[in-house]
Write a protein that binds this ligand. Structure first.
Ligand code: SAH
Ligand code: SF4
Length: 361
């Protein structure tokens, strides 16, 4: 059965008109779905009963079944393992810190890119998520945070999500259309109204899609996972580097910044004695210095995963790496590790909850 969240507003309006419904019904139902966050037609009190029944018979309203619900000991991270209608599983994470409430959303079940230090890469690729499955993850957290939102309350002053990052399981640019369709649906001012600037897409570096994204001139933030500044090391860590080596990737990054004049962030999972060396720091600074002042490096201390033996850099080495970039005029942030006790950190998401005792919500 098709999910109602897989439909654009126009496609949904067309279905309702085929059923002989007046145009205002589209607006009413869209408001229930994306403003009042209804998760079933039964909640749509101002619709006639036969229409509610027809909606329930024709569309599914809930593709995500939470099967494990874990909260970190510090309370700041909340991870959900969802079952999809075909039995596949994905994980999504909510992080609360400072005044931000950020949802980290999956775009695929598994991932085909095979980055050696990533648990999702280690499990391989199952399938792309549909736009509706991406949308529903965001709505799920919004419902959990703010059960009765109004569009005005969403954002800084309210209780709902403040940011969405497409940094969960999967490579968003390998599932480009569904990812962009989901963001389009969620940012629609007549619906969920979550502005593009509050989304960040992270890519392993699929060059043709970076070019496409640049040409679309969107307001969505872009991050590129670099992790190594020489081809030999990057190919060892990220097999995709064979296909799109650094020279090609950096050219696309330059073009992106030139055409959009938007900031481009680089992600760097810091691994002791592997990519935290002065040689890598200098090579990185040289590679991205031409993008100043529109660039920034996000260092993620490596999170442990089952099949990768590398270790997180010590604080001292991380500080030295950061200093070396800052001396070259490149801002660098070392991310605080969060949610490691529930394997909800970057790169730790996978389809089976290893050694966890399920706690159902
Ligand atoms: N596929 C996309 C987005 C999902 S991964 C990408 O690769 O960019 C989100 C971020 O987590 C990426 O920067 C990724 O390289 C990083 N990551 C993966 N495994 C990690 C690990 N074990 N520790 C720290 N960061 C990791
Ligand atoms: Fe896929 Fe990103 Fe993990 Fe690489 S780091 S395997 S691209 S999810």
């Amino acid at each position: 059965m098709i999910s109602v969240f897989d439909l654009t507003r126009a496609a949904f309006a067309a279905r309702l008109s085929e059923w002989g419904e007046p145009p205002f019904r589209t607006e009413q139902i869209w408001n229930w779905l994306y403003v009042r966050l209804a998760d079933s037609p039964a909640a749509m009190k101002n619709l006639p009963k036969p229409l509610r029944e027809k909606l329930a018979a024709e569309f599914s309203f809930n593709s995500l079944t939470p099967i494990v619900d874990l909260r970190s000991n510090d309370g700041g991270t909340h991870k959900i393992l969802f079952r999809l209608p075909d039995g596949r599983q994905i994980e999504s994470v909510l992080m609360r810190y400072d005044k931000r409430r950020t949802a980290c959303i999956s775009t695929q079940a598994g991932c085909a890119m095979g980055c050696v230090f990533c648990a999702t890469g280690q499990m391989g690729f199952d399938r792309h998520l549909t736009a509706g499955e991406i949308v529903e993850q965001v709505l799920w957290f919004e419902r959990a945070l703010a059960p009765h939102p109004s569009p005005k309350r969403r954002g800084a002053g309210g209780e709902g999500l403040t940011n969405v990052v497409l940094m969960g399981m999967g490579e968003p640019f390998h599932n480009y259309e569904a990812t962009m369709e989901a963001i389009g649906r969620l940012s629609d001012p007549q619906g969920f109204n979550f502005g593009e600037r509050r989304f960040t897409v992270s890519t392993v570096g699929l060059v043709p899609m970076i070019e496409r994204f640049a040409a679309e001139h969107r307001q969505i933030n872009l991050a590129v996972s670099l992790h190594a500044a020489t081809d030999d090391l990057r190919t060892e860590l990220l097999p995709v580097n064979k296909r799109y080596p650094l020279s090609v990737l950096m050219l696309a990054c330059h073009k992106y910044v030139e055409t959009t004049r938007r900031r481009l962030s680089f992600e760097w999972a810091l691994i002791q004695n592997v990519n935290d060396t002065p040689k890598q720091a200098h090579a990185l600074a040289k590679l991205i210095a031409p993008l100043r002042p529109l660039t920034h490096v996000n260092v993620i201390p490596l999170n442990p995963t089952q099949d990768y033996a590398g270790a997180t850099s010590t604080r001292e080495r991380a500080a030295a790496f950061k200093l070396s970039l800052e001396e070259a005029g490149i801002p660098c942030t070392i991310r605080v590790r969060r949610g490691i006790d529930i394997a909800a950190g970057c790169g730790q998401l996978r389809n089976r909850p290893a050694l966890e005792s399920p706690r159902l919500s």
